[in-house]
Design a protein around this ligand. Structure first.
Ligand SMILES: *Cc1c(COP(=O)(O)O)cnc(C)c1O
Length: 380
């Protein structure tokens, strides 16, 4: 994505640790998604990387947004230009879905004024929404198989298929409107069968709800999970799109609006991290490099996202398998136990990691006094 020379120049200018975001790559990923899934409106999952500049770039490209907290909501709301108040309900559903099935009462109270579209997956939530955000539209979050996803989500959220229609009818009974169904097949889903199973489950719920007298559903939100091409084992996106399009055409007539909430797919390949070697030691015969970025910072995905990022050197030299540690005093701060790196790197030399745009900088902390990496935007 970036040439080594360009990365070195940026590091010289801005210092390290550095997190470089390429907005052309964000636009390319968005365009690819739309090219292969033209029927689907994209709601970028802001949690993957909530940088306001990313929100603006996707908005300009035509995206809508999936948010899961009030700060995320305000990030999107403040960064895109709302229409006049009277058009706001259409606007907000077109542009934002609040896709956290569990919402605190204070959140619902704040959200209600926007007449938002929100997800739910349990009876308590129906009561809460009715009482504190009665102007919200609802989407039922369905539990679907997450087989083989890198990050599994079905253990935390989702109404089971057996109780889904009861839960739709209950919301209707108390006077709320269920607009449709949403699901998430698990993040970095390389098992395309998950999408097939989930779309078919959702179609069955639509049918059962209709059979039991509820025919108001008009949207299907197929969630996130679209895999980033981290390595050659990830099949091309167009193959997944083909499978999804086939099922949607077969099961959902044109009048059903289809949404998706890609996060990782849109931003993973768009960022590169540059870090600096600040220490070097040999222990137990193994070479250890200490760098100024780690798992409490840009490499947080090692812990939270079950993701391994490769580190590369700018310098050439004979390589060996090394450990790479972050700057904090915590033994958990291990970027990698096995990276093939030149053994002649010195204090002050730089390393870089590509495809680190998703679930990385977004969960950086200030642990041990080390601040998050500086962010630089390229081709903005
Ligand atoms: C995290 C999340 C997403 C984004 O998932 P990706 O795997 O990054 O595409 C989408 N929707 C919901 C509800 C999520 O929680």
């Amino acid at each position: 994505m970036f040439s080594k020379t360009a990365l070195k120049k940026l590091a010289a200018r801005h210092g390290t640790p550095l997190f470089v975001i390429d907005h052309d790559e964000l636009r390319r990923n968005y365009a690819m998604f739309k090219k292969y899934l033209p029927r689907i409106q994209v709601y970028y999952a802001v949690k993957a990387n909530s940088d306001p500049a990313i929100v603006r770039t996707f908005y300009q490209a035509g995206a809508s947004f999936d948010v899961a907290s009030m700060p995320e909501f305000e990030n999107v709301y403040g960064n895109i230009k709302p229409l006049p108040a009277k058009e706001r309900q259409d606007w907000i559903w077109d542009k934002i879905i609040y896709a956290n099935p569990i919402k605190a009462i204070e959140t619902l109270k704040q959200l209600d004024q926007y007449k938002p579209l929100v997800t739910y997956d349990n009876y308590e939530e129906i009561k809460k929404i009715k009482k504190y955000a009665p102007h919200a539209g609802l989407a039922l979050r369905l539990m679907v198989p997450n087989t083989g996803a890198m990050v599994e989500l079905s253990s935390k959220f989702g109404a089971s298929p057996g109780e889904a229609v009861d839960m739709i009818l209950e919301a209707d009974r108390v006077g709320l409107t269920v607009e449709g169904i949403s699901f998430h097949v698990g993040s970095q889903t390389t098992n395309f069968g998950n999408y097939v199973a989930a779309i078919n489950l959702a179609a069955n719920i639509f049918k059962e709800a209709r059979d039991r007298g509820y025919a108001k559903m008009n949207l299907l939100d197929i969630g996130g999970g679209f895999p980033a091409p981290y390595d050659a084992t990830v099949k091309p996106f167009r193959e997944l799109a083909k499978v999804i399009n086939r099922e949607l055409e077969r099961l959902f007539p044109k009048n059903i609006q289809i949404l998706a909430e890609p996060g990782r797919f849109l931003c993973a390949t768009a960022a590169t991290a540059v870090s600096k070697i600040i220490g070097k030691a040999v222990r137990d015969g193994k070479l250890r490099y200490y760098i100024n970025d780690g798992v409490y910072h840009t490499f947080s995905g090692v812990i939270f996202d079950h993701c391994q990022y490769h580190l590369r050197a700018f310098k050439k030299g004979p390589t060996q398998i090394c450990s790479v540690f972050g700057p904090t005093c915590d033994a958990l701060d291990v970027v990698s136990m096995a990276e093939n790196l030149p053994d002649n790197l010195e204090i002050g030399d730089l390393l870089y990691s590509e495809q680190i745009g998703a679930y990385s900088h977004a969960s950086s902390t200030y642990f041990n006094g080390f601040p998050p990496a500086t962010v630089v935007h390229v081709n903005q």
